[in-house]
Design a protein around this ligand. Structure first.
Ligand code: SF4
Length: 250
């Protein structure tokens, strides 16, 4: 079954999925479905990958940069991946498809901080995630933060019960594995205190060992967030087909 899937994947990862992703990005760029959000639409590059990362929503700065996770939380998250996978931010962005529950900045909350997308906005934006899952057929989904985790798992659960574990889910009609990560926002101490720090480390280890991730990244040195070795193993070349930088961005 593995070789059959791999063969099918190799055929699917040609021009066609990328063309579909680019068409979807053009559609997203013109989306004005949610009156309460602030533009512009932000999406990642049209990377044809079997690994899908799902964030919450862009912050106030991401629109300027035209890419998700472009500010401080992103810096923290890419540092986690660099330690776990031995891959820097640009390499990660070129090999993993980065999506989000909502693609527009929702604005500020009354009490300060960024507003979470409301149920209507999440429902409106779900159509894009559905299409992305249909096009990419992911083997692994990595939801980042509680809203994305709820959407992928289909239930609310405390972070201590979902981070640090791998499970199989049915997401937008497809079976895949899921490994959850906490939100990397500096406002949250969860990933830096007990038991969050060790659960985060466990999730990163699970991600680094997942076959779909292993195919995407050559290992150089992989260390845990606390500095210890996570894993160091040479792996096969990437099967991702990244676009040239800037292509497909809104
Ligand atoms: S959040 Fe999603 S559905 Fe709403 S306007 Fe932005 S792209 Fe469209």
């Amino acid at each position: 079954m593995g070789s059959h899937r791999a063969g099918r994947f190799a055929r699917n990862l040609g021009v066609e999925p990328r063309r579909k992703l680019l068409a979807l990005h053009r559609q997203m760029d013109g989306c004005r479905l949610c009156p309460g959000v602030l533009g512009p639409v932000v999406h990642g590059e049209a990377v044809t990958s079997r690994v899908l990362l799902v964030g919450q929503a862009p912050g106030p700065r991401e629109g300027t940069f035209g890419r998700p996770f472009a500010w401080t939380a992103g810096k923290t998250m890419f540092r986690w991946f660099e330690r776990a996978l031995g891959a820097g931010e640009e390499e990660f962005r070129s090999r993993v498809y980065i999506a989000a529950v909502a693609r527009c900045f929702p604005g500020k909350a009354k009490g300060g901080g960024d507003r979470r997308p409301d149920a209507g906005e999440v429902a409106n934006c779900r159509r894009y995630l559905e299409r992305e899952v249909a096009i990419l057929e992911p083997e692994l989904v990595i939801p980042v933060g509680t809203l994305a985790i709820e959407q992928v798992l289909g239930e609310k659960a405390p972070l201590v019960e979902v981070v640090g574990r791998q499970r199989r889910v049915r997401y937008h009609g497809r079976e895949m594995e899921v490994v959850c990560l906490p939100h990397p926002s500096g406002a949250s101490t969860w990933p830096r205190t007990r038991p969050g720090a060790s659960l985060l480390e466990r999730s990163l280890r699970l991600i680094s060992r997942h076959p779909a991730v292993a195919r995407l990244f050559r290992r150089s040195k992989a260390v845990s967030p606390s500095g210890g070795a996570l894993r160091a193993a040479p792996l096969r070349p990437s099967r991702a087909h990244p676009l040239p930088r800037g292509a497909g961005e809104g």
